[in-house]
Design a protein around this ligand. Structure first.
Ligand SMILES: Nc1nc2c(ncn2[C@@H]2O[C@H](COP(=O)(O)OP(=O)(O)OP(=O)(O)O)[C@@H](O)[C@H]2O)c(=O)[nH]1
Ligand SMILES: [Mg+2]
Length: 399
């Protein structure tokens, strides 16, 4: 049963009044006067920040009997001692019993879940509509475009965004006969729409790596440390702020020892500043952070404080496109609060549909610095360019 039906039924059946009183006894008298001796108290709660302190009391009276004579509306009645079903199939019973039942259902469903479910079903319907309209529209124009639509959506790009890409393609001259040329044009169109990648900035000395638990922060940092050291001949320093997970420091210590770079451990903003001083001769400082739930507001605050503008730190958010699209976009929404600079896409080798990368990068509007494609340190990392990403998205393959 839809919760909105329940609420409608509830509203129809009850007369509800709200009182603000200092003592519950005051409310009792008022309720009796206003609603009569049959009234029931639905809830009481202290009103926050009220001065003098006040209590909110919600009381109600069953007005079923009043409604019984409304033409066309047949409310349930106990007849011949038998309980019959009420409106919307609810079992007939006394009001308090039904109130408790509704409360229980509401608690079980939770308002957020209910709204989410409704939004999800709405989204599914819109997607379906876009699919039908999209295919019909492109098929009318060219079989290539209809095939392109099917390929890109099968690769994991959302339907709406696929229509947008094809609309962009149609602004130029479309290759008429050759489908392969059509794919090339799609690649070009996608590359143009992705944020230009400046790579990981050459001028920003401090580079922090943030992201969900297990996304590959420490491994990616080790890959980059080796690359800065060996390929770019830079003096590298490492800082780990991950003192939450057992063995997290040990993990980075092993890498630091192999690459032969100094490692500092910092637990607070103050110790982070001390670590920066200790690494003052380093050309590049890579900072590892603990994986945290993106819902953790304290963590976002901590990132803001530690990597404030005056540190000049560059924040890199690591996300893995092997996650589902909805989860990925939701996670990006949370981390956006950190004001991060670049994306790094990890575990691309575990991904089955690369189209989700397009949705993520367009959603985030941030450049992608790197792609990581395996567990091997240091080799499994590549620079990301819009062209490389576009190729991946259209061909749905790393090769
Ligand atoms: N397949 C694959 N695995 C990877 C990649 N990068 C990291 N991993 C693996 O993912 C696992 C977690 O990697 P970590 O680097 O410890 O991840 P983390 O984000 O530092 O984890 P926490 O610190 O616990 O939040 C390890 O087993 C890595 O070997 C990648 O690009 N591809
Ligand atoms: Mg780690």
């Amino acid at each position: 049963m839809q919760i909105s039906h329940l609420l409608e039924w509830w509203r129809y059946r009850m007369q509800i009044k709200r009182y603000e009183v200092q003592k519950i006894q005051d409310a009792m008298q008022q309720i009796k006067n206003d609603l009569g001796p049959e009234a029931i108290i639905l809830s009481t709660k202290t009103i926050k920040h009220s001065n003098p302190p006040k209590i909110e009391v919600i009381a109600a009276i069953d007005i079923t009997e009043l409604n019984n004579h409304i033409p066309g509306r047949v409310w349930c009645k106990e007849q011949d001692g038998e309980r019959r079903n009420g409106p919307f199939g609810l079992p007939q019973g006394d009001v308090v019993h039904q109130y408790v039942e509704i409360q229980r259902m509401l608690e079980k469903m939770g308002p957020a879940n209910d709204i989410r479910e409704e939004i999800k079903s709405l989204k599914d319907n819109v997607e379906l509509l876009v699919d039908v309209i999209g295919l019909a529209r492109f098929r009318q124009e060219s079989e290539h475009l209809a095939k392109m639509y099917q390929t890109l959506t099968a690769n994991g790009i959302s339907k709406g965004k696929t229509c947008h890409i094809i609309d962009e393609m149609r602004k130029g001259r479309l290759p008429e006969k050759d489908y392969v040329s059509c794919l090339k044009l799609a690649e070009k169109t996608i590359a143009l729409s992705l944020s230009k990648n400046e790579g990981i900035s050459k001028t920003r000395r401090i580079k922090a790596f943030i992201g969900p638990t297990g996304v590959g922060k420490t491994t990616t940092l080790a890959k980059l440390a080796a690359s800065f050291c060996v390929d770019k001949r830079k003096k590298v320093g490492l800082i780990t702020m991950d003192t939450f997970r057992i063995a997290a420091v040990e993990q980075l210590k092993v890498y630091a020892k192999i690459i032969d770079v100094p490692l500092q451990v910092a637990t607070s903003k103050i110790s982070f500043e001390k670590s920066l001083k200790a690494l003052s001769d380093a050309d590049v400082i890579l900072v590892d952070t603990p994986g945290r739930s993106p819902n953790d507001a304290e963590f976002i605050k901590h990132i803001h404080e530690t990597f404030s503008k005056d540190t000049g730190a560059e924040i890199n958010l690591l996300l893995s496109p092997s996650m589902s699209r909805d989860h990925l976009l939701e996670t990006e929404n949370y981390y956006r609060l950190t004001g991060y600079d670049n994306l790094i896409l990890t575990k691309v080798d575990e991904c089955s549909r690369y189209g989700v990368i397009y949705d993520l990068v367009r959603h985030a509007g941030k450049p992608v610095g790197y792609l990581t494609n395996g567990q091997n340190v240091p080799q499994d990392i590549e620079n990301a360019t819009p062209e490389k990403l576009a190729k991946l998205i259209v061909n749905n393959s790393m090769h």
